[in-house]
Design a protein around this ligand. Structure first.
Ligand SMILES: *Cc1c(COP(=O)(O)O)cnc(C)c1O
Length: 524
């Protein structure tokens, strides 16, 4: 039986065991979780939640007169609110519990950020407005750029990329432009470690490069000898993540940069894991030439199903002249977006997007920076690393850490060696976590670790929440080792949907709803 910390049972004893017979309910609801149809299936097209004025009579419309209902659901406010609240409860949310996806950095998004992003001066403006009418918004972009440059120790930043992968594209296009300007267009290879995030080789291939893998050492880092052997006059850039996707700091990063530069190539750093080192390490000091920063990971702006990300790219002095437009210049408290590159900057490769980037994300990230301050951002990195090491320490006796020696950075990585002989796979284990109220960790990534389970708690979790998570995982690990295979094979038992064919869902998504029968015309 579950007890809270004053010894009171938190759920009835009889229903406490997932193996108990659970009879289907008569309504389809499960306890307080309501069943809910699609909004178009609620048959609400003959009414509306708003009181619109009577439409003027129009008899001269001829063929244009509508003969069937428009088919838009017209829910009242409480119906609409309930519909979306019910749907929201069918999925996991960062507001419900720890969301341990490694590499994706799902952390709490402070409500203050949301309040700031909704200020009319930021949210009710249009990118084509005269710049004189949006000075505050442009000033915010300038200040955000200043913080990003200061935190990374890099002289330039392109704010417009709209995601990490888009930032990678921006960085590689700048690198390609720089090589072409120097007459080095023949450099057609990009090196990336075996553990690289899939977007790295995908971006390089998209830019027309051939990707060659760099081997990894037994302790999960770039193999320097292999890197050195593969560098040469044909290499345009290396793409290395630091901390890397095994959750480990690349200790030889300065040497990696030195070797790369000596070979005439650029060092692209995938900065998706910047949250592990922000305020403590400046990538510019390590010899990085270009790095994207996922504002939606490090600087707490929503992502995933929640909305657009933002992936500004910081650039070294060598690459700065190749930055895309626009960028902000200021003169005596007047701010200007440079939309057309002139002079030495004319080498810029063009634009990454139609306008200036994700304004709402800029505001949220800047609000997060200001509310933390320099000391607070440093603590973000320290707490993120501390929390991951706490999880690693508390689970390492039951589960097998992929790199047992030494501490990790912001992610604790386990392999599936500890599940051997249990009949339970990484996937089964992850699905059983859903029954226990947790979103699964990242599974089977990085590819270099067999049956990988990559856990990133982030700095926003308290020790109490970490303990809840650890307790659940320890109990599950005990069940797996104790032979309770059924608990895992059929999991999730308690979720609204069971095991989906995720490949089919991704490859052949059904995005269109078709009416079962034509909607009747409202009798007016
Ligand atoms: C998230 C991530 C990316 C891609 O970022 P998106 O914003 O999802 O495009 C790239 N590399 C690493 C290591 C990541 O974790």
């Amino acid at each position: 039986m579950s007890m809270n910390n004053v010894g009171r049972p938190t759920r009835p004893e009889a229903a406490g065991d997932a193996n108990d017979y659970v009879h289907p309910t008569l309504t389809g609801a499960r306890g307080l979780l309501q069943d809910e149809a699609l909004i178009f299936e609620l048959n609400a097209w003959d009414k509306t939640g708003v009181d619109l004025p009577e439409a003027p009579a129009a008899d001269d419309l001829g063929d244009l007169v509508r003969t069937s209902a428009i088919g838009l659901p017209g829910l009242s406010e409480p119906e609409a609110v309930r519909h979306y609240v019910r749907l929201s409860q069918k999925n996991h949310a960062i507001d419900l519990a720890l969301y341990p996806l490694g590499s994706c950095t799902m952390k709490h998004n402070p409500r203050l950020n949301e309040k700031m992003a909704r200020l009319p001066g930021f949210s009710d403006i249009h990118p084509l407005q005269p710049q004189s009418t949006v000075q505050g918004a442009i000033e915010l972009m300038d200040r955000l750029a200043h913080w990003l440059k200061t935190l990374t120790g890099m002289p330039a930043v392109a704010l417009s990329p709209k995601a990490g992968a888009h930032g990678e594209l921006c960085g590689l296009l700048a690198i390609r432009a720089a090589h072409e300007a120097a007459g080095n267009g023949h450099r057609k290879t990009v090196l990336a470690p075996t553990s690289a995030h899939g977007t790295n080789p995908a971006t390089a291939a998209f830019c027309g490069y051939t990707v060659v893998e760099i081997a990894q050492t037994d302790d999960g880092r770039v193999d320097l000898a292999d890197l050195e052997a593969k560098l040469g006059d044909h290499v345009a850039a290396i793409m290395v993540t630091n901390p890397n996707t095994c959750g480990l700091f690349e200790r030889d990063v300065v040497e990696i940069a030195r070797l790369t530069h000596a070979a005439g190539a650029y060092f692209y750093c995938d900065g998706a894991n910047f949250n592990a080192i922000v305020g403590r390490v400046r990538p510019g000091d390590l010899g990085v030439d270009a790095m994207h920063i996922n504002l939606h990971k490090t600087f707490s702006t929503p992502h995933g199903g929640g909305g657009p990300g933002a992936g500004p790219v910081v650039l070294s002095a060598a690459l700065a002249p190749f930055a895309p437009t626009p960028w902000v210049v200021s003169h005596e408290h007047t701010f200007k977006l440079v939309e057309e590159a002139k002079g030495p900057a004319a080498q810029a490769f063009g634009r990454m997007s139609a306008f200036h980037g994700q304004m709402g994300m800029f505001v949220r990230a800047y609000a997060y920076m200001l509310s933390h301050g320099a000391d607070g951002l440093k603590q973000v990195a320290e707490d993120a690393v501390l929390n991951a090491n706490y999880i690693k320490a508390r689970l390492s006796d039951l589960m097998s850490p992929a790199f047992p020696n030494g501490p990790c950075m912001h992610e604790a990585l386990f392999d599936d060696a500890w599940l051997e002989g249990t009949g339970v796979t990484t996937l089964d284990f992850a699905k059983a976590m859903i029954d226990e109220g947790f979103h699964p960790m990242t599974m089977y990534f990085p590819l270099v670790v067999h049956g990988a389970m990559l856990i990133e708690p982030t700095e926003t979790e308290s020790k109490q929440e970490l303990d809840r998570f650890v307790t659940a995982l320890r109990a599950l690990a005990g069940a797996a080792k104790g032979g309770d295979v059924e608990r895992f094979k059929g999991a999730p038992y308690h979720a609204p949907l069971k095991r989906l064919d995720e490949t089919q869902a991704a490859r052949k998504p059904r995005l269109r709803w078709k009416p079962v029968a034509p909607a009747p015309l409202a009798a007016e």
